[in-house]
Design a protein around this ligand. Sequence first.
Ligand code: NAD
Length: 271
Amino acid sequence: MREMQLVVLGAAGRMGRLLLRAVIEDPSCRLASAVVRPNATLLGEDAGTLAGLPPAHVALTADLEAALDGADGVLDFTTPDVTAKAAPLVAARGLVHVVGTTGLGPPDYHALRLAARSGRVVQSGNTSLGVNVLAGLVREAAARLGAGWDIEIVEMHHRMKVDAPSGTALLLGEAAAEGRGIALSERSVRARDGHAGVRRDGDIGFACLRGGTVVGDHVVVIAGRGERIELAHRAEDRGLFARGAVRAALWARDQEPGCYGMADVLGLRSG
Ligand code: NAD
């Protein structure tokens, strides 16, 4: 099959550079274009060099519309306003739009839903293949084991992380809640301190550790009477999100227009 021609939007960002590398290094795709914000100082520089690789002979551009000509898809890890503006342009050409941008609000989701009428949108706040498979395992385990099994989610991240629990811990909590058929918002326990009382059946607890340079560790403990399951994922570098995004784009190439998630990419969606 012909290599998939991919555009990296937000190429100068931390994720953008990793996306450039992931596209250049994947033999199934080709870097069609690399788009940076208007007036960026890096305009005209080589995308391969920016990714720390040999020259790719693709100059950084700020012209998204021109970049889309001849492309098959866009990898977009930018900001909500950039994503929402790009969505109709990408969809008008019927292309694949992989959206890794987080912090999307209702109007942004609306723009993506409209775009999904003609384009193929894959949106996920976590494009890690491993984390999404883990979420599927957690959902399955929670569905099969009753509320008498206690679910606790332990995460550890580097000392600079400012939010807690991590988005991934919450994603895993949502998967557990979904498996149990309950709303996480009603059963999550974010902190325990002092005389916190005994654990309530059905609660989903979170514990957050911070220190050093840990990219992201998550362990889901499912504890029953006399036995315990531990499902763990350890992220070693942020490139995994970029590689997951490339996998999503390659998968979406063969799909009908619509809005998809990583569970679809991995074939984890039930029913
Ligand atoms: P970043 O700030 O380093 O990168 C964003 C880039 O977008 C910047 O280089 C900025 O100049 C560029 N940009 C802004 N306006 C633009 C425009 N009009 N055209 C082209 N580029 C433009 O941030 P980051 O750490 O790379 O993260 C980017 C996004 O990806 C965030 O929302 C982050 O939370 C998300 N993220 C998602 C995942 C995931 O798995 N889905 C993983 C990591 C990060």
